[in-house]
Design a protein around this ligand. Structure first.
Ligand code: SAM
Length: 231
């Protein structure tokens, strides 16, 4: 296994993170009475040199897809403080919590059904703080979160750009990074995704410096991934 970023490893086309909570993988027994590590998301667990690695599926995670598609740098560090918008059941947040193992992930979602699952994930991973909130109203969680190193967003809404720039201007520290998974079809189902992405890039550049932009298809259809820097 080859290390490519902080706590991120690759073997062939497969990605893994170093599991920051291996003690959670209390061994259970399958029907053949073999010891099997318990997993939160059905991910494959590989044990090597006494360490545990969790497989990270680029078909389920836009950040993993961006890495597989050649993201040159990962700005998330071991002690990063992250605001994650659109956390859903916690799949990608759980891998970011491995990467930022000494940091904290504020995981926001407005759907009570998924936040229930997120609370369960946060019980196992102490650096995830689940927040039931609408990312359109960042003032609701401003006092809890404060300034962050990274704003990560994956919300698939028509006004996803507005939500992203609003949260970046409110929470990102100068020198911090915004990471945006943009879904073209949520903005316009008829327009060609490429046109939507280029218009989005121009819009982002009014407020932030876009340092990386890549298409995620075919791993994530009609999605692009932007990394922005706030100066
Ligand atoms: N990021 C997740 C992952 O990789 O594991 C998947 C996110 S899913 C595509 C989009 C999520 O965004 C949904 O759970 C939805 O409830 C949430 N969402 C959409 N609009 C939102 C908003 N305005 N505020 C907070 N969450 C929102």
């Amino acid at each position: 296994m080859k290390q490519i970023f902080q706590s991120v490893f690759a073997e062939g086309r497969k990605l893994y993170t170093l599991n920051s909570t291996p003690q959670q993988n209390l061994f259970s027994r399958d029907s053949e009475q073999k010891a099997l590590p318990k997993r939160l998301f059905d991910e494959e667990i590989v044990v090597a040199d006494g360490k545990e690695y969790r497989s990270w599926n680029p078909l389920r995670s836009k950040l993993a897809a961006a890495i597989v598609k050649g993201l040159p740098e990962l700005q998330i560090k071991s002690d990063s403080k992250i605001l994650y918008l659109g956390a859903a059941h916690g799949y990608t947040p759980s891998f970011i919590s491995d990467i930022a193992s000494e940091g904290v992930v504020f995981a926001v979602d407005f759907a009570p059904r998924v936040v229930r699952d997120l609370v369960f994930v946060a019980e196992k991973r102490k650096n995830i703080i689940p927040l039931l909130a609408d990312a359109n109203h960042p003032e609701a969680y401003y006092n809890l979160v404060g300034a962050v190193d990274i704003v990560y967003q994956d919300v698939a809404q028509k006004n996803q750009l507005e939500i992203f720039t609003k949260n970046c201007s409110m929470f990102l520290k100068p020198g911090g990074f915004g990471m945006l998974a943009l879904k073209a079809r949520s903005i316009d189902v008829l327009q060609q995704p490429q046109g939507i992405f280029l218009a989005a890039k121009r819009e982002l550049e009014k407020k932030l410096t876009v340092i990386d932009y890549r298409l995620l298809s075919p791993l994530q259809k009609d999605h692009a991934f932007f990394v922005c820097w706030k100066n």
